[in-house]
Write a protein that binds this ligand. Structure first.
Ligand SMILES: NC(=O)c1ccc[n+]([C@@H]2O[C@H](COP(=O)([O-])OP(=O)(O)OC[C@H]3O[C@@H](n4cnc5c(N)ncnc54)[C@H](OP(=O)(O)O)[C@@H]3O)[C@@H](O)[C@H]2O)c1
Length: 238
């Protein structure tokens, strides 16, 4: 199984896991487009990866943007949707609408992409969604994330029944060392991730490249469909 000479779009490719997927896929000889909500950041990141990677602007919370973006695309083989955030907080604080923002990005954002992209995809192509450990092991305060990751993983199953000749899979990362944690944990990042690592069977936090290699596998194996690959060091079992 190889993944080469394909057209791959990474939604949320400006950082972390998405950026690693773009780097790995482009090193394998694929034509890769990455997106960020911020066009200059998309372009700068694409340039830093090299290999002819292209950077474009896309916010999957905005349906008209998603539709316009895919109207201009054709011949897509694979789409990886990394786009997402985590919001920590109690179930009672703040407005529900605000709380559900990250859930909406993951579920509605992913559905917007699928609906708009299908007509621009080659038969035999695939989508890979991003779930996460909080589906199996809810994390205190991260209840919205647990809802979002579960919905992304379920998308990979229900859509298999809806669209022939296109595969749908998901990757479910455990704690992964990416800039997302810099934003959430700030100066506590190092100590919190060290505590998490100590409790994992593998005694280490996953790297974005380890998650990215699972995404590449899901794209490259033409018979894997409706699957969720966990890259969590066994964290969901302990
Ligand atoms: N890191 C972990 O431990 C972990 C664990 C489980 C699941 N996950 C999930 O894995 C995915 C990637 O995580 P990461 O750690 O690599 O995060 P990250 O470094 O913060 O990257 C998130 C990416 O998503 C993009 N993005 C966010 N909202 C978007 C929107 N509405 N439309 C389009 N793009 C959007 C960001 O782009 P811009 O900000 O440039 O627009 C960025 O490229 C996320 O969905 C995250 O929740 C991460």
């Amino acid at each position: 199984m190889t993944l080469t000479k394909k057209k791959i779009i990474v939604i949320g490719g400006s950082s972390g896991i998405g950026k690693s997927v773009a780097a790995l896929a482009s090193n394998l000889g694929n034509k890769v487009i990455i997106t960020s909500r911020n066009h200059p950041i998309a372009q700068l990141t694409a340039k830093s990866i090299g290999n002819g990677v292209e950077g474009m602007a896309l916010d999957i919370d905005d349906e008209s943007q998603v539709n316009e973006f895919f109207k201009k695309q054709s011949g897509i083989d694979h789409i990886y949707i990394a786009a997402g955030n985590t919001k920590i907080g109690s179930i009672t604080e703040g407005s529900l609408e605000d709380k559900l923002q990250t859930f909406n990005t993951r579920l509605k954002g992913s559905l917007r992409v699928v609906r708009a992209a299908l007509s621009a995809m080659n038969s035999g192509g695939s989508f890979v969604f991003t779930g996460g450990i909080s589906t199996d092991r809810p994390i205190p305060g991260a209840w919205v994330s647990g809802l979002g990751t579960a919905s992304a993983e379920q998308l990979a199953r229900v859509l298999v029944m809806e669209v022939p000749n296109i595969r749908f899979n998901a990757v479910s990362p455990g704690y992964t060392d990416t800039p997302m944690w810099d934003t959430i944990l700030q100066e506590n990042k190092k100590s919190v991730l060290a505590d998490v690592a100590a409790k994992l069977p593998t005694k280490k936090i996953a790297s974005p490249d380890e998650v990215a290699s699972a995404v590449i596998f899901l794209m490259s194996n033409n018979s894997v469909n409706g699957e969720v690959i966990h890259v969590d060091g066994g964290g969901r079992l302990v």
